[in-house]
Write a protein that binds this ligand. Structure first.
Ligand code: SF4
Length: 298
């Protein structure tokens, strides 16, 4: 995210809670049983906790998850735990406070670490995501494992995806290269990939038995065949792949007065016509630059 002058969307351009509830019901009726609310920080939105409570009570069989930068979540953790939140993903690319400020352009390292400590005291599963980039944090690939291996959490390294850069981007740190680096110090035991899972996970030869180390090959895109994700942006745009253009805007369709059945049909068509892989999606894009992840969500 830029350090300042972020152009936030006016309220009438983003999905209202009522519209979100309607869409969640339609997705639920079509079989969706897992929802992840993503940030930045989902709690920047006023009354998000009330909305979360409503959804958790109306759909007890939906598995609810959160992705956050960890800056405003901490005080809600006891409530989220009570409401049955299954997991929280936190972005943390470094354990160095100054580097953290440099990467995120915000001075909130302590706050994020405090959120991590609070999640560890709860029953909510914690996943820490770090994007590995040459000359930024590749020197911490092993030291972050050293630091977190004694805690019951998943530490996942994500290949750097060039969302705002050239399509000819060269990947410095592939998942394979990261694994090799860690294997110089630790023995890794592969865990069979979960159905539709995005990460390749490992047990470590030492540390907490509940610690897992994982790789998300977001650039190599080796797991597209099992990806069933659908992304709905704050504006109501639907995306079936991180690398694809948005295909429809559900907020616009709601405003045009479409019925639930008509919305269902549009969603069904979009989802059943998804790209086979993220590479196909990228080839078919109109633009070569991508929105920042702060707009797409995690
Ligand atoms: S299909 Fe797209 S979103 Fe899914 S794993 Fe592949 S690149 Fe990622």
């Amino acid at each position: 995210m830029p350090a300042e002058k972020v152009n936030f969307l006016p309220k009438n351009k983003i999905l209202s809670y009522e519209e979100l509830e309607r869409l969640i019901r339609i997705f639920y009726e079509q079989g969706v049983r897992k929802i992840r609310f993503t940030g930045g920080e989902p709690f920047v939105r006023v009354d998000f906790i009330k909305f979360f409570e409503k959804i958790s009570q109306e759909y007890p069989d939906i598995s609810l998850h959160l992705t956050t930068n960890g800056t405003l979540t901490e005080k809600y953790i006891p409530k989220l735990e009570k409401l049955g939140l299954k997991s929280i993903n936190i972005s943390l690319d470094t354990l160095n406070k100054d580097k953290f400020s440099q990467i995120t352009r915000r001075d909130e390292f302590e706050k994020v670490m405090s959120t991590i400590a609070a999640i560890l005291k709860s029953k909510i599963r914690l996943k820490i995501n770090a994007v590995i980039k040459q000359d930024i944090n590749e020197d911490e690939i092993v030291s972050m494992v050293d630091y977190f291996k004694d805690f019951p959490l998943e530490l996942r390294y994500i290949e750097h995806m060039p969302f705002d850069e050239s399509p000819d981007h060269v990947l410095d740190w592939s998942g394979e290269k990261i694994i090799k680096k860690i294997q110089k110090k630790y023995k890794l035991k592969l865990i069979p990939r979960e159905q539709n899972g995005t990460s390749q996970n490992f047990y470590l030869s030492e540390g907490s038995p509940e610690f897992r180390f994982g790789i998300i090959e977001g650039f190599t895109r080796s797991f597209c065949g099992s990806c069933n994700r659908i992304r709905l942006s704050a504006e109501g745009k639907l995306k079936t792949c991180l690398y694809a253009d948005y295909k429809i805007n559900l907020k616009h369709l709601i405003h045009e007065g479409l019925t639930d059945d008509e919305l269902r049909e549009k969603i069904y068509f979009t989802v059943t016509n998804r790209y086979e892989t993220g590479k196909d999606a990228q080839l078919d894009r109109n633009r070569t630059t991508f929105e920042s992840m702060s707009k797409i969500g995690g």
